[in-house]
Every structure is written in C-alpha cells, then in structure tokens.
Design a protein around this ligand. Structure first.
Ligand code: NAP
Length: 531
C-alpha cells in the first residue's frame, strides 16, 4: 500500500516545496492528523499546468481507444487501493463506510461508463453537410463539424463527495474522456484521500505510458492556490463544485484573465419541493418520512438536499407540518464534514432565523459534543415573506428545511416565479390534481435542470440522460451538466472543416467512416460511409 507523504504530485513527482502546511481533521473527534500536507507554491502550480500543456500536445492525438483504456485502468487502480481508501476517507469526512463504499462504486463506474462512451465513438458529434456545387445563386461548400478536446482543465474537488466529485470524480473523468489533461486542486477537508487517489492515478499513467503531465494534484487550504490555478494562462477550462461564494470568485477571476476561459461551477441549490393538497390527504405519513430521510441523508450535505418545501394552506397543513417536524426531531443528527461547514451552517440558519417572518419549529442550533454536528432543523415562513425577501433562498448546507406556506394557488405560483435557479424541483401530487401539477411544473421548468414527480431529489443517477445543472446561482453554465455522460461536452470544443480533402480529415469525418460511428449526414442520422 502507498505511504502517504503530504506532498503535492506534480506530473508524477512528489513535491513539497512550500513551508505552509495543514492537516486532516477527524470530524467525529476534532482531532488533527499527524501528517502535514504542503500548500502548493506558485512554482509548483506553474509546473503542474506547464506539464499539462506539454501532455496535451500528445494526448490530443490519442485515439479514443487509448483514452478509454486509461479510464478503465484508473478505475482498476482506485479499486486496488482497497479498504485503506475507505478508511482514510471515513476518518477525514465522517461519511461512514457504507456511504463511501457506494460512492467508490459510483466513481469507478463513472470512469468505466466514459470508457464505454469513447469506444462507441458517437460522442464527437460528427456532422457532415455535403457540398452542393450547383446551388444557386452560389455553390455550397462541404462542411464537416466535430468536437475536439478543449485543452488542459483545472478541477476543484468538493468536500461533500470525497470520491465522486473529487480527484478522480466526474469533472476529472469527463475531462480525461474528452482527451484533456487535468490539474486538480484537492479539497483541504480530505488531503490524505486525495493523495491516495494521486498514487492510483500515477500508477495508471505509468502502466499505460501516458505523459506524466496528464495529471497533477495540488494540495492547499488557502484561496491563493485556487486563485493562482484559475488565472494560469495554460488552462482552457475549469470544473468546480462547492459554495456560491467560491464558485463565483473563481468564475470572476477566470473572466478577468487576459484570455477568459469557461468555468463550469456547480454551486448552491435549495431544491424546491411542492407538495399539493391531494398528496398530503392521500399519503402524509410516507411523504413526511421520505422527505425527512432525504433532508437528513449525508447530514443534509448534498447539493440536491430538499431545503425548501411549498405547501398550499388547508385544514391538513398544520398537522402535516407537525408530523414533518416530529420526524426531523426524532432522527439523530449526523456528523458534519468539517468546522467550516458547521460554522457556515450556524451562520446561515441564524441569519434566516433573524428574519421576523421566520419561525423555528425544531433544531436551529449546533449540537455540543466532540463531533461537528448540527441539529435537524425545520423553519417556517409565509409565501408573502418568501417573495419579499430573497435572502430566504440562501442554501443552508446541512439538515435544514424551510417550509413556505402559501395562501392560495396564485400565491404558490408567485413564489415559484420568484425562485432563483436551482438544480432540481419536485412535485408531489395525485392524479386528481394533475392540471395543477402541470401548471406548477411548467413554472418550475424555467428554474431548474431536473424535474421530479413523486420522488426525492437526493441520489443522482450517472446515465446518459442525466441533467445535473441549472440556471444561476445553481451553476455558472446552465447549458451543461456536471453529472452523466453528456458532461463530457464541457471539455470539448467544436471545429468545422470546410472543403477539406478526405486525407486531411479526422477519422470521425472521413468519407469511409472508419470508426463506424453515428453521424448526421445531410440531416440524416446514419452509420453508412459517404459515397
Ligand atoms: P468551498 O468553500 O466552495 O471550497 C471549495 C474549493 O474552492 C476549496 O478547494 C477552496 O479552497 C476553494 N476556494 C474557496 N474560495 C476560493 C476562492 N475565492 N478562490 C479560489 N478558490 C477558492 O466549499 P466547501 O469547503 O466544500 O464548503 C463550504 C460551503 O460550500 C458549504 O458550507 C456549502 O454551503 C457549500 N457547498 C456546496 C456544495 C454543493 O454541491 N452545492 C458542495 C459543497 C459545499 P480552500 O478551502 O483551500 O480555500
């Protein structure tokens, strides 16, 4: 098993030039780890990006099969880390072995799913519009378009998914699949876990003869590391998951560069859930139980956590609210990831509680003890106050639900129109109120990336059809997703070839279709060669 060093990993080499260090913190005990991790220095950041630029000179020519083999090998090496990976991540995050075992499967499965996508080949989206030399008044040229890798990508790991949104998580997997080298800024909440991933990835790089700059890991618990990475002129795109504050700062810095680059930041979301009256009348108990389970899953530290619930007031509303409050209060609060999250949650809830129209039904306080922990919390306000005060849409990153009681359907519609962008929105309804549900869905669709019917938003499948994104402030790029196989498009760039001789065209666009992929030729999907 690899020995942890506390170093950065720059193009395969351990590097610890910096004198400023930090350690892991066990969230169950607040105990500091023994091993110091070195903040990356400006020189190390520069070396990592420069190596990625050099690696791209080679990998941009790699056939997709070679990239696919790398993704499979990375998955294999991650699995080969065995229990040490799970135990290290558990010690650093308190997420528990069952959750982490599932997340490891998702992470390696993601890499393998991208490998399969590459082997199938259609992901380059080849489109051919053949020439029309006789077209009047002017001939039409032959134009062929496909997606190519964008170049070196910077990835910021998230704290709440130490595997699936971290060093070899979805951003990295999709960038690699596109053919892009990656420089990761590891999250300071789990530096040992990050280093284990670096060891596994470097083994895959050596085994398959990839250039060493294909991957680097920068450790850091300072804003400077992330900022220097963001503004390095060698990067072509950034993937980020975390807070609105940090995501926005990185987006703004990237826009201020002499040569701005896209930042795919997935940030805060309160994931509105609308529960219509017939649903409560039919299945109040199951609804309250399911909602409480979703709101407290992973101690509420999910970007898809259902933080906002809309109800239309009638004679069952109070009993449903009380039922939900009791279910939340009855669940033991879980461990939070770190002190920053505990403190951030305390401040965010205190700020919401300070609004005159907000009432605390349960919780609303830090749970004293060894662990970072916050009580399961239910707050309540009215739709009129929700509409008047935009701050009530602030994410409470933890087990917190704000219930918004609407006096009428019209008030519910106004509250939804006032919503900011979110990742998901959910409706619970019965068939008898399908017309109302349709009208509400139609409004919610403009605000989110994923709509759910009679379900709960936590749990995000990694499939082709997944959409994990949404209008700002949920993301900085609402046309893209950070989960699912189409997330690869963030790290691809379209190029059109006009009147290019066949011999100079990439295989995906050649007349003979040597890759056998699906293409659009003169508006028809086909795998046939072009005569
Ligand atoms: P974070 O504060 O957004 O940090 C994420 C990463 O960005 C870290 O590596 C951090 O580095 C870096 N960073 C922070 N500010 C930066 C800046 N101004 N410029 C460049 N880099 C910067 O996220 P977090 O630590 O995971 O959690 C904090 C809060 O984020 C939570 O309380 C929650 O509200 C939110 N969050 C949301 C999601 C979501 O999916 N919506 C997920 C996780 C967290 P340093 O720590 O080294 O400064």
């Amino acid at each position: 098993m690899p020995t942890l060093t506390g170093s950065n990993y720059i193009a395969g080499e351990a590097s610890s030039l910096g004198t400023s260090t930090f350690t892991s913190v066990n969230p169950r005990t607040r105990q500091l780890g023994d091993l110091p991790f070195h903040n990356a220095t400006p020189d190390e950041i520069h070396r990592a990006v420069t190596a990625a630029v050099a690696a791209f000179e080679q990998t941009r020519h790699y056939p997709t099969a070679r990239l696919a083999d790398f993704l499979d090998r990375a998955a294999y090496e991650i699995n080969a880390l065995g229990d040490e990976l799970l135990q290290t991540a558990d010690m650093e995050t308190g997420l528990g072995l069952p959750r982490l075992t599932g997340e490891r499967g998702r992470t390696t499965g993601q890499l393998q799913a991208f490998a399969a996508l590459l082997r199938e080949g259609t992901y380059v989206e080849a489109i051919i519009d053949t020439a029309q030399p006789d077209r009047q008044p002017a001939p039409r040229p032959d134009i062929r378009r496909m997606l190519i890798p964008i170049g070196p990508v910077g990835v910021f790991s998230a704290s709440n998914f130490p595997f699936a949104f971290a060093v070899a998580g979805g951003d990295t997997a999709s960038a690699w699949a596109a053919g892009c080298p990656v420089v990761v800024k590891g999250h300071p909440g789990h530096p040992a876990t990050s280093e284990l991933f670096a060891h596994a990835i470097n083994r895959a790089i050596l085994a398959l003869g990839f250039p060493s700059g294909w991957f680097s890991l920068l450790q850091g618990n300072t804003i400077e590391v992330g900022q220097l990475l963001t503004v390095h002129p060698g990067l072509e795109a950034i993937g980020f998951t975390g807070s609105l504050r940090a995501g926005r700062a990185i987006y703004d810095s990237a826009a201020r560069r002499e040569r701005p680059i896209p930042v795919y930041a997935e940030m805060g979301s309160v994931n509105p859930v609308v529960i219509l009256p017939q649903a409560i009348a039919t299945r109040a108990e199951a609804l309250a139980e399911g909602l409480a389970a979703s709101a407290t899953l992973g101690s509420g530290q999910f970007c898809t956590n259902p933080g906002l619930v809309f109800l239309i007031e009638n004679d069952q509303t109070e009993s449903f609210i009380n039922l939900y409050r009791d279910k939340m209060a009855a669940r033991a609060p879980g461990v939070l990831l770190n002190e920053q999250i505990e403190r951030g949650l305390e401040h965010a809830v205190a700020d919401t509680q300070s609004r005159p129209a907000v009432h605390t039904l349960t919780g609303g306080l830090v749970v004293e003890g060894d662990a970072f922990c916050y009580a399961n919390t239910v707050l309540r306000t009215t739709a009129a106050d929700f509409i008047a005060d935009q701050s009530l849409q602030t994410e409470h990153f933890g087990p917190v639900t704000l219930i918004v009681v609407c006096q009428s359907r019209a008030e519910l519609e106004s509250a939804i129109r006032a919503l900011h962008g979110n990742l998901t929105a959910t409706i619970h309804a019965e068939v008898a109120e399908i017309d109302l549900a349709e009208a509400i869905f139609s409004l919610l669709r403009e605000k989110v990336g994923r709509l759910l019917w009679n379900g709960f938003p936590t749990g995000v499948e990694v499939v082709h059809a997944q959409q994990h994104g949404g209008p700002y402030p949920a993301t900085t790029a609402p046309a893209t997703t950070s989960v699912g196989l189409t997330s690869i498009r963030r790290f691809q760039r379209p190029v059109a070839y006009q009147n290019m001789p066949d011999v100079l065209l990439p295989d995906a666009l050649k007349n003979a279709n040597p890759l056998g992929i699906w293409r659009i030729i003169d508006n028809q999907f086909t795998r046939q060669p072009l005569a």
